[in-house]
Write a protein that binds this ligand. Structure first.
Ligand code: COI
Length: 365
């Protein structure tokens, strides 16, 4: 058997009828089937599709104690023609590959990982095609996850792993996108070390580090945290659930990928679209003082986030120390809206996919 041929065990009873597609949250419902594969005796083996089910793990599994785990996230959209379109899964495979390397998880060759991820995604979508929502703004979120499964309290890489892919019908991550989110600049806690840390890996530790500052932000009435670099607490990094862009004096500026921020697939797509339109962009360090000065002098035009879950998300205000700065134009700004329309137009098959980003999966009518 090839690693890309999967035996399929079907559910006996689908849970589909319990799902209210008018009230999808984010990642609270999982489709009927999932993919699993194991790493044992120094090789990845036994790829399979089976009913979504609970895991049986010993409490001594090192991953539960020391966090040897990576994940990724991408989406399939039901197009206007009824087919599903998976957005840039090859980039997610590459990022998962890099995350594995950083977390010392034995990984297949990139081409093999990509083929397995793409074939598993295609099979899951075909099997659970009725779980792919059709509402505007809705999608099937696809979550690959790899965990160390060896039971040991020694601090070292595990000798066994489980690779899983689950899917979840989702709505918008931030509720009403038109309203725009509020961010609070965090200048005390750090999401990820400035260099040599885990920041560019999609791993649990970065999200664990964000929980306390995130809940402090919400208690102060903000939606999300805007992270600064871990060294000087001076340079803007990202928002945790999305990368960040500023339109200042006609130019779009976003922090560079320097190892401490997540290399977002939607970030890359937004930069490509801006470039297609001939708009000037800069990937460079941007100090929070520069952002505040741009607010004060009136040259800051728009702020938006870009992420798989967040899509293109307008930012309405930024709180820094004791002040809240409001983006002048009512969100979404013109460019934010244009990017949102173009990106979602491509994802839902309304606009030409000129960069061949979509993996099309024909679905039964
Ligand atoms: C994503 O956009 O896929 C994310 O991982 C963000 C978050 C839901 C963890």
């Amino acid at each position: 058997m090839q690693l890309s041929d999967f035996p399929v065990t079907h559910v006996e009873h689908s849970r589909l009828s319990q799902v209210n597609f008018d009230k999808l949250g984010f990642g609270t419902i999982f489709s009927d089937h999932m993919f699993s594969m194991d790493y044992e005796d120094s090789a990845w083996r036994n790829p399979r599709i089976h009913p979504y089910q609970a895991l049986a793990l010993e409490p001594g599994v090192a991953m539960l104690h020391y966090g040897q785990t990576v994940f990724d996230g991408y989406k399939a959209f039901r197009g206007l023609d009824g087919d599903a379109r998976v957005f840039r899964p090859d980039m997610n495979a590459r990022r998962l590959h890099n995350s594995c390397r950083r977390l010392c998880i034995p990984v297949m060759e990139i081409d093999e990982l990509s083929e397995i991820m793409i074939n598993a995604t295609r099979e899951l979508i075909r099997l659970d095609h009725e779980w792919v929502p059709s509402g505007w703004g809705q999608s099937l979120y696809i979550r690959p996850l790899i965990i160390g499964t060896e039971s040991t309290l020694e601090v070292r890489a595990a000798s066994s792993y489980r690779f899983m892919i689950m899917t979840s019908p989702v709505g918008s991550y931030f509720g009403d996108l038109q309203k725009g989110v509020s961010l609070r600049v965090e200048d005390r806690y750090t999401r990820a070390a400035s260099s040599g840390g885990l920041g560019e890996a999609k791993t649990a530790a970065n999200y664990a580090a964000s929980l306390l500052p995130g809940s402090e932000s919400r208690a102060q009435g903000f939606d999300q945290v805007l992270w600064l670099d871990g060294n000087e607490h001076r340079y803007v990094e990202e928002v945790g659930a999305m990368n960040i862009f500023f339109k200042i004096g006609g130019k779009v500026v976003t922090p560079p990928l320097g190892g401490s921020i997540l290399p977002g697939v939607v970030r890359d797509s937004a930069l490509t679209l801006l470039d297609d339109w001939g708009l000037p962009t800069e990937e460079r360090r941007i100090a929070i003082d520069e952002v505040i000065a741009a607010f004060r002098s009136g040259v800051l035009e728009e702020v938006f986030g870009a992420g798989t879950a967040a899509v293109i998300c307008p930012v309405a205000s930024i709180g820094y120390r004791d002040e809240v700065f409001h983006v002048p134009a009512k969100p979404p700004g013109e460019l934010t809206q244009r990017l949102y329309d173009e990106l979602t137009g491509i994802q839902y098959g309304k606009l030409e996919d000129r960069h061949c980003w979509n993996l099309r999966v024909p679905l039964p009518p």
